[in-house]
Design a protein around this ligand. Sequence first.
Ligand code: TXA
Ligand code: MG
Length: 329
Amino acid sequence: MPEETAQNATQVLDAMAGGIARAAQLLAAGKLVSFPTETVYGLGADARNGTAVAAIYAAKGRPSFNPLIAHVASVEAAKRHVQWNDWAEVLARAFWPGPLTLVLPLAPDHGISELVTAGLDTLALRVPAHPSAQKLLTELDGPVAAPSANPSGRISPTTADHVMAGLSGRIAAVVDDGACGVGLESTIVGLAGAAPVLLRPGGLASEEIEAILGQPLASRDIHDPLTAPGQLLSHYAPQERVRLNATSPCAGECYLGFGPHSGARACDLSLSDSGDLAEAAANLFGHLHRLDAMGLPIAVAPIPEIGLGAAINDRLRRAAAPRDTPSAS
Ligand code: TXA
Ligand code: MG
């Protein structure tokens, strides 16, 4: 039935040709729209609309209601939903808009659906820097809940094509605005307790955050579901096995290299020939998508555990984790 087909088809909206206004209309009407941020493509729904937020979980096949990040256009918009504090002021001034998410206590009249916070009394907030995300949030003039726009447990999307490959037919639209510049999800810092806590390493190096705070970030307690909700091990998983810290591939493996001479076969890709961690971060998910499509086990070169390397290694460890653990976002 042609009408049904039209309803289920996912529209690809051109960010440059009126696509953002259309995307804002769809979000306001309770639909799901994927949009680019500088980290990864998000799967957005109006964070005030519980029915729309519930549809995110259905579209991703996410097994449980893990809390989501609410995206807003500005610091002023963020302050409508949470109890702001001095750490938040310092970090927002230094890093927003950008690849940093702050977790803060909810304000009394926060207006956010309980499905976004999963019943917690805190909210994760982010002001993305990507111009299309900024335009969309300004046009909607409201908070947008958005996990990464991939089926649950799969590799995060850094292009509109990745989004379509995973979610076509399950969401109303995707705003296409090219590849994401940072390529790793945001760094999440908890500011609701006695000291700032690193809840997830990500696209902003924790060393940069510590330099601005003038103190080290505390580590999250992995046994505390409140400081680490939804951070389950198996995640970002390609179809085939992933082997880490491989200085060279074994027979039958493709290779994800780092640094000079990372391999010359058609099934070898380099995260960065020059050993640049920012370039490696931007390439990580795209290269994993390409190697995944080859249908071979993946061997991955050692990556230094400094700066953005901490977040790259975090994602790689999850990609290599046993698959019988339940997967998340
Ligand atoms: O870069 C990003 O952060 C991307 C883009 C789309 O913004 N989003 C993203 O969302 O990575 P998601 O759902 O894949 O990851 C959100 C993480 C989860 O691990 C969740 O547990 C944590 O944020 N989170 C959300 N609300 C929280 C809260 N109130 N307290 C602690 N952690 C929270
Ligand atoms: Mg995710």
